[in-house]
Structure formats: C-alpha cells, structure tokens
Design a protein around this ligand. Structure first.
Ligand code: XMP
Length: 315
C-alpha cells in the first residue's frame, strides 16, 4: 500500500541532499509539477525558484489561475511569457514527435536562461513513471517522446532532479491530497499543451480555436457531472483536425473545420477506455461549439477508440 507521508518525508530528505545550491522548477500548475514544486520548496525554501512558462499553448484562463495558486502556496515564483518564441519554433512543423522535441528543447532553453539569472544549477522536474516508460528506455519502444523526457537536449547544462520518477498518476494524486494541493483532482494536461491538440502546424489561429473548444468541452462535462448526469471522466478535451468539410449555415454553403471531442476513463494513463458520455451532453457540446465558433467550426465528432490501439491524445 502506497504511503504518502513516508514518500514525502523520504523525498524531502533526498531533495535536501541532492540540491546543494539553488534550483529552479518548471511548474505548469498541473498535479505532477505542482506536487514536485511544493516538495522541493519544503526541502530548500527560497533556494528554489518556481517558474511558470506561458508557451502560448495554455488553456483559457490558465495563466491567471496558476498565478493565484502560487500566491496561495507561498512558493517563490516567476511567470515568464515565452509565447513569441514557442510559436516561432512551431512554424512549419507538423510531425508530432518533432513538435514534442522542439517544445521540450524550447522549455529547456527558457529554463537555462532563467537558471542563469537566478544562479541555479539544478532543474527539478515533475516527471512521472508513464512519461519515461512511454518515451522508451532502450528496452521499450518509443510510443511518444513525452516532452520532458525524450525532448531533453543532450547538451543541457543543469543537473536533473526528478522526485516523482517512480510514481503513477493515482499515487501523485494521493501525495497531492496529503500535501493539500488544490489541483489534486484536476484532469491531466500534457506539457506540450494545446500544441499537440492541433493536428498539424500549431499556429496562433489554430491554437485559439482549440482553446475555445477545449473550454466548452470542459465546461459542459463539468456541469453535467456536477448535475449527476454522468461521472467526471479521467480526461476530456477537444482536438482540432487538419481537414475541412462541407456544411450549411442558414441556406448558405459553408466549408469549415472539424473538432474531435475526446474523453476517457483511465487509472494511470497507460490504458484507457472512451467515456460513455450521455448523448444529450455530447449534443450540447456540439451545438455550443458550432454556434459559438460558427465562423471556424461546422462539424464535431466524438472519438470512440480505446487505448490501445489508439492513445489518449491524438498526437
Ligand atoms: P497518451 O496520449 O500517450 O497520453 O495516451 C497519456 C497521458 O499523458 C499525457 N501526455 C503527455 N504529458 N507530456 C506530458 O507531460 C507529453 O508530451 C504528453 N503526451 C501525452 C496525456 O494527456 C495523457 O494524460
């Protein structure tokens, strides 16, 4: 049986021993990185600088919510707006593995700059077991190079510290509840963020579309779950597809984009089953997306594949 108190005490002692000087941690506000930031901050106090990088790929309202959470946690933090350089790096890139690697490398470059300014030699990351298992380890096949594993440049000049490396998501949540971290029940969100929810090139325009659609999916599923119409799924979001299809608006022909809604049940993200969302909820999502985003989207589809054979994200 996993014991959160023992895990936290052991890891804090280890972090104290490992981090001999100053460190930075990249924290997206997700469960994994927030738990890692709280533990590292308890271990070394203000010798740790928590950095939130706004890549431009964040969800609606996310940056503001993370700032509020950091204020509440009392960690030493800095918000960095790097959206210009992330969008520039995505220009013309369509291959999912390249997107992840480029994003991983950009993150590290931003951290290196910030680490230099702060005088840090250590980089703490909230990497968990499925991240490196799926990224391949010489024995296993690469399924996807999670941005914080396969994306790390070989010439990185900081020492990596990964206190959650052996944990699975459900265990991280147990630790989060033990530490009283408010995001303990949040759905997982990938580090490359909305960039991998736009199939193909992640332009500003495409990211804006998927951001709006993701917000509608989240809102409607959370409302329906709170009203007892369904249980809240493990993960739920929208994906912008790279194809257009014919529709009709009023009595005029339209040629618009397609949004895929994805929602899954899982325990650790390693396998997943698509959620049996009530049709009435799916319909509300579809009607809202096609009404509120009518100049961009005229078709909404629901993904009914399990993992395996597919994966949770589309890229
Ligand atoms: P997949 O798509 O591999 O996703 O079935 C399993 C879980 O991992 C998340 N995911 C990522 N998380 N960096 C991350 O930090 C990534 O590159 C990445 N890719 C997928 C995904 O959202 C799901 O929860």
């Amino acid at each position: 049986m996993f014991n959160a108190e023992r895990f936290v005490n052991e890891q804090i002692a280890e972090l104290k021993a490992q981090i001999k000087d100053k460190a930075i941690i990249a924290c997206s506000g997700g469960v994994d990185s927030t738990v890692a930031a709280v533990m590292a901050s308890r271990a070394v106090g203000d010798r740790l600088l928590t950095i939130y990088v706004n890549t431009g790929f964040m969800r609606k309202g996310e940056t503001e919510a993370v700032r509020e959470m950091f204020d509440g946690l009392g960690v030493n933090y800095k918000m960095v707006d790097a959206s210009e350089e992330f969008f520039a790096a995505m220009k013309g890139v369509t291959d999912p593995e390249r997107k992840r690697k480029i994003i991983g490398e950009r993150f590290i470059r931003v951290f290196e700059r910030e680490a230099k300014e702060f005088g840090a030699e250590y980089l703490v990351q909230g990497t968990i077991a499925p991240d490196w298992i799926e990224s391949g380890d010489g024995v296993r096949d690469v399924i996807k190079s999670h941005h914080n594993v396969g994306g790390l440049p070989k010439d990185m000049n900081m020492q990596l510290v990964e206190p959650l490396r052996d944990l699975y998501k459900d265990e991280v949540r147990i630790v989060a509840r033990y530490l009283d971290v408010e995001v303990s029940e949040r759905q997982p969100f990938p580090g490359p963020a909305l960039a991998i929810r736009v199939i193909g090139e992640a332009t500003r325009e495409a990211v804006d579309i998927v951001r709006e659609a993701c917000a509608i999916v989240e809102e409607e599923i959370e409302l329906a779950s709170a009203a007892g119409k369904m249980t809240r799924p493990w993960q739920y979001f929208a994906v912008l597809l790279p194809c257009k299809s014919v529709g009709v608006q009023g009595d005029i022909r339209a040629y618009g984009r397609t949004i895929a809604v994805r929602s899954v049940e899982s325990i650790d993200g390693m396998s997943a089953a698509y959620s049996r969302i009530p049709h009435e909820v799916l319909e509300r999502i579809s009607v809202r997306i096609t009404n509120e985003m009518k100049s961009d989207v005229n078709r909404v589809v629901y993904d009914i594949t399990n993992k395996p054979p597919s994966t949770i994200e589309w890229e």
